[in-house]
Design a protein around this ligand. Structure first.
Ligand code: HEC
Length: 134
């Protein structure tokens, strides 16, 4: 229930509780997991709709939401193919190629190493780089 939602303590907690509930419940906010860029776009679109936040307050809210409501990270050295597929938005064939490469060559050390996997779309990986851990 929207009324039962308790936000984690932080600089933007009260701001969000006061401002972001003018038009919809907090459930609308917390049922999301987004990158910092995506939160910025969303919060700015809320301001266009009528949310009253100063530019500094937008920064505070975006920083807070990007920490507590971030997409889950994926470890490319330990995750199984289906997890890689879901988290990185890659095809089953690409996920299988990552797992095979890892078996043959050992753990990935960095993004550049991961992008060497034959058959893997480097652009897709680049787009998700903030979610990848080694
Ligand atoms: C002036 C009204 C208003 C305020 C204030 C507001 N929103 Fe929204 N928000 C909307 C509307 C309208 C939608 C569209 C969906 C709906 O109708 O429930 C929406 C949808 C959303 C969504 C769903 C994704 C999307 O883009 O449709 C998120 C996330 C969201 N709001 C976050 C926030 C946050 C964070 C704040 C506080 C910074 C906020 N909202 C304040 C009006 C508002």
């Amino acid at each position: 229930m929207a009324d039962d939602i308790v936000l984690p303590a932080g600089k933007a907690k009260t701001l969000i509780e006061n401002t972001c509930t003018e038009c919809h419940g907090l459930d609308q906010v917390v049922n999301n997991a987004m990158s910092s860029d995506a939160w910025r776009t969303t919060v700015k679109s809320m301001v266009k709709k009528g949310a009253t936040l100063s530019p500094e307050e937008i920064d505070t809210v975006v920083d807070y939401l990007s920490v507590y409501f971030a997409p889950e990270k994926v470890n490319v050295n330990t995750s199984a193919a289906p997890e890689l597929q879901a988290a990185l938005g890659i095809t089953p064939a690409e996920a299988a190629a990552v797992v095979q490469y890892r078996k043959d060559n050992g753990n990935f050390k960095d993004l550049a190493g991961l992008q060497k996997v034959a058959g893997l779309d480097a652009k897709k990986i680049d787009a998700k780089k903030d979610l990848i851990v080694f």
